[in-house]
Design a protein around this ligand. Structure first.
Ligand code: FAD
Ligand code: NAP
Length: 338
């Protein structure tokens, strides 16, 4: 929760009682929830566009999910291939220069008040009021649902190759999934590990053809397609292997100490859930926030941007553009209140 004081409170006519200055939390012009590419771009455009009190509530270090990626090579204008962390670090620095404040805390809920303002409730129960809110909470790795996945999560089952790949240097690992993340991270792991088994439930892949082709050309990657994981097994030391059910029904036992699960993402929309269990604004069936081209929800003053919104292409460049659009809409909204 922001500790910012009302800078005007000390200029009040009435004298403070008991010689103490009255502290009040200011009404923010804008609260941004989430500090990935969408939240940071929103912060940049909002502060540079003249909004005065803008706080980005981000529970961790700013940067978002791309910071777990081993490389990004498709952001226009950035020709150099960078790891996600190096790619995002200037974003934060640039925003802070224009006055964006970061509160490192998780938000539990955003609600709308009778006077039209919003309340942002953070972990621990504190409340911060804001004239408008942009929700940019993005998405998180989905669980595949095989036996043993939860039991060995963090003990051999991982969703971050950049974070955990090094633990399996010169060892064999498995990767599950057929999207861009699975194939890109399989390629990354092939640089470190002795061998990568790429397990996918179909023969066709969602991943970009060029990335797929690179993986097919990599001698260290073995494709096991039309196959599902029956079970991950191990002992108190961690994962010892995965049993893979093949197309013909046969079971293949891969004795790997690590499996990386990249089976898609679920949007993080919890902050919009109200005490009565309903969402604050209109949502899509899959849990994404319904927005128009201005990133407006159906609630005045509430915007959503990035992976969280309907039809998001789930790309950094798109999340950043959404954030900028949402900030411009927020500026117009605040102006309309005067
Ligand atoms: P996110 O990046 O998900 O950021 C959301 C932020 O909100 C997070 O930092 C989270 O901590 C915070 N948050 C969530 N809930 C709360 C809460 N309640 N309180 C406070 N903070 C909260 N895209 C590309 O364009 N090119 C690529 O090469 C590429 N590679 C990828 C590789 C991997 C491994 C992954 C996982 C994704 C990749 N993507 C890539 C996709 C890209 O990362 C996303 O589309 C983009 O990060 C979405 O940005 P966002 O700001 O909407 O959300
Ligand atoms: P994704 O594109 O949704 O792919 C998920 C993969 O996991 C699919 O192949 C799916 O199989 C498989 N899968 C889903 N549930 C499964 C289960 N329970 N068990 C086994 N397999 C399962 O997810 P993603 O790869 O994480 O990508 C998410 C988004 O980010 C995409 O839009 C992607 O383009 C984007 N992204 C982009 C880049 C880039 O631009 N370089 C990099 C990474 C991610 P099916 O195919 O059979 O459904």
């Amino acid at each position: 929760m922001t500790e910012a004081e009302n800078e005007h409170s000390t200029k009040r006519a009435e004298k403070p009682t008991h010689n103490t200055k009255r502290k009040e939390k200011i009404m923010l012009d804008l609260a941004i929830i989430g500090g990935g590419p969408a939240g940071l771009a929103a912060g940049l455009y909002a502060t540079r566009g003249g909004l005065k009190n803008v706080v980005m509530f981000e529970r961790g270090m700013p940067g978002g999910q791309i910071t777990s990626s081993s490389e990004i090579e498709n952001y226009p204008g950035v020709a150099q291939v960078l790891d996600g962390m190096s790619f995002m670090s200037p974003w934060n620095e640039q925003c802070m220069r224009f006055g964006l404040k970061h509160e490192m805390v998780g938000v539990e809920r955003v609600s709308k008040n009778a006077d039209g303002s919003f309340s942002v409730f953070v972990e621990g129960g504190a409340e911060q009021k804001a004239k408008c809110v942009i929700v940019c909470t993005g998405s998180a790795p989905r669980k595949a649902g095989f036996k043993g996945e939860a039991e060995f999560f963090g003990k051999g089952v991982s969703t971050c190759a950049t974070c955990d790949g090094f633990f399996y240097k010169n060892k064999e690992v498995a990767v599950l999934g057929g999207g861009d993340t699975a194939i890109e991270e399989a390629l990354y792991l092939a640089n470190i590990c002795a061998k990568v088994y790429l397990i996918h439930r179909r023969d066709e892949f969602r991943a970009a053809p060029t990335t797929l082709e690179k993986a097919r050309q990599n001698a260290k990657i073995e494709f096991i397609t039309s196959a599902v994981i029956d079970e991950a097994y191990g002992d108190e030391s961690g994962l010892l292997g995965v049993k893979v059910r093949l197309k013909d029904g046969a079971l293949r036992d891969l004795k790997v100490p690590g499996i990386f699960v990249f089976v898609g993402l679920d949007v993080r929309n919890e902050v919009l859930k109200q005490a009565n269990g309903e969402f604050l604004c209109a949502m899509e069936q899959g849990g994404q926030v319904s927005v128009n081209l201005k990133m407006q929800t159906n609630v005045a003053g509430l915007f959503a941007a990035g992976d969280l919104r309907k039809d998001a292409p789930k790309q950094v460049v798109c999340a950043a553009a959404d954030g900028a659009i949402a900030a411009l809409s927020a500026i117009s909204y605040v102006e309309s209140l005067h």
